[in-house]
Design a protein around this ligand. Structure first.
Ligand code: SF4
Ligand code: SF4
Length: 357
């Protein structure tokens, strides 16, 4: 299903989206951008919306992942009564939401997280509930950010992977395309109420979208050959190349917390008196404590070992279950690394250190 929406009517569209489901949008802020509840913003005119919402291609510093895979999530609460533990009713799942303006790389990031937290034999309930409650409406990247390299890792500025609906910027209008069944149902619901400003798209609109998508692809600023990495990494585990990055890395973990595919967590029991809660909190393999064992032994005591682990997780051990690596090329870990460590340069360094074949 394809619809066309004139850009000057975008305030009406957003208001309409906020009626049945809670709407979240990507907003520019001093911290580099984040998703915020639409009803908390005071944006009624087009100019405010264009200046505040990040829809052109620049990624929010915090990825869409933290809307579904929260930094801290309460899994359940418990209480101690007469010497026995009792589980309390789990908190209600999230209400239906629309996450509007998801970057296509963030959509692909959810597919990587799904491989761990949504399993055929049951997964993480809190994440699965959030996944089901959120409709992911992506906006293609007309102007990809300076460190983007999505096309080098199987992606595209208009990839629809992991999204329910995809918007393409046609200059004066957006083309809205449904990708999944829930996306199609949601679009037809919008159509019923958006009479007068949501129109059926024609063949010519679809053709304009293909041209815009092709042009956006040419604007992805960075390219790197990752095709040989799986073979190269089979023999690079003991390479000296890992030590070359270690002196610069300060082990802050920003590259993992801002990564749309990093999904490591710790489980903690927070207890006060006779009541407590089991919570899931993000963890980072860039922290020394991550692999600290009770015996005192730590298999990744050195920073080079931790860096190597992260690199292997992205390009060798994990993936999206569809043959692509666990890196979606968003460039956040490059843009926001306080030490200026550049993953694309690191890929080139690993490749050339091993003879590139
Ligand atoms: S963001 Fe940079 S300095 Fe911080 S842990 Fe990652 S690579 Fe190291
Ligand atoms: S490893 Fe870096 S470039 Fe790749 S998905 Fe994570 S943050 Fe983005």
């Amino acid at each position: 299903m394809r619809m066309l929406q004139a850009k000057h009517d975008i305030p009406k569209l957003l208001e309409l989206m906020d009626q049945d489901r809670e709407l979240f949008v990507p907003v520019r802020d001093e911290g580099g951008g984040r998703f915020a509840r639409w009803s908390d913003l005071d944006l009624s005119v087009n100019e405010d919306i264009e200046n505040t919402l990040m829809l052109a291609g620049e990624a929010t510093r915090r990825p869409a992942k933290d809307q579904l895979f929260a930094e801290t999530a309460t899994l359940f609460r418990f209480r101690l009564e007469q010497g026995d533990f009792h589980l309390e009713e789990p908190p209600p799942g999230p209400s239906p939401r629309v996450l509007f303006g998801v970057r296509p790389c963030d959509g692909r990031g959810f597919q990587v997280i799904d491989t761990l937290l949504v399993g055929p034999h049951g997964g993480d309930t809190a994440y699965q509930q959030a996944r089901e409650a959120n409709l992911l409406v992506g906006v293609g990247c007309k102007t990809p950010g300076p460190d983007c390299f999505c096309t080098s890792v199987g992606g595209d500025p208009h990839s629809s992977d992991g999204l329910d609906v995809l918007l393409t910027d046609l200059g004066d209008a957006f083309l809205l395309e449904s990708i999944t069944e829930p996306g199609r149902d949601w679009l037809s619901g919008l159509q019923k109420h958006g009479v007068g400003f949501l129109h059926d798209a024609g063949k010519r609109d679809a053709e304009r979208a293909r041209v815009a998508q092709h042009e956006a692809r040419q604007r992805v600023p960075r390219q790197v050959d990752t095709s040989r990495l799986p073979k190269i990494l089979e023999r690079s585990f003991n390479s000296d190349v890992w030590a070359t990055v270690a002196p610069a890395c300060i082990g802050c973990g920003a590259c993992t917390f801002l990564c749309p595919t990093c999904r490591c967590f710790d489980i903690q029991d927070l207890v006060q008196g006779s009541r407590g809660a089991r919570v899931r909190v993000w963890d980072s393999c860039m922290f020394r404590e991550y692999t600290q064992e009770a015996s005192g032994h730590n298999p990744r005591i050195r920073r080079a070992q931790r860096w190597r682990n992260r690199f292997y997780d992205k390009f060798h051990w994990s993936g999206d279950g569809r043959g692509n690596p666990a890196c979606v090329g968003c460039g956040r870990c490059i843009t926001h690394c306080p030490s200026g460590i550049d993953l694309v340069e690191m890929i080139e360094r690993v490749t050339s250190a091993e003879g590139g074949a």
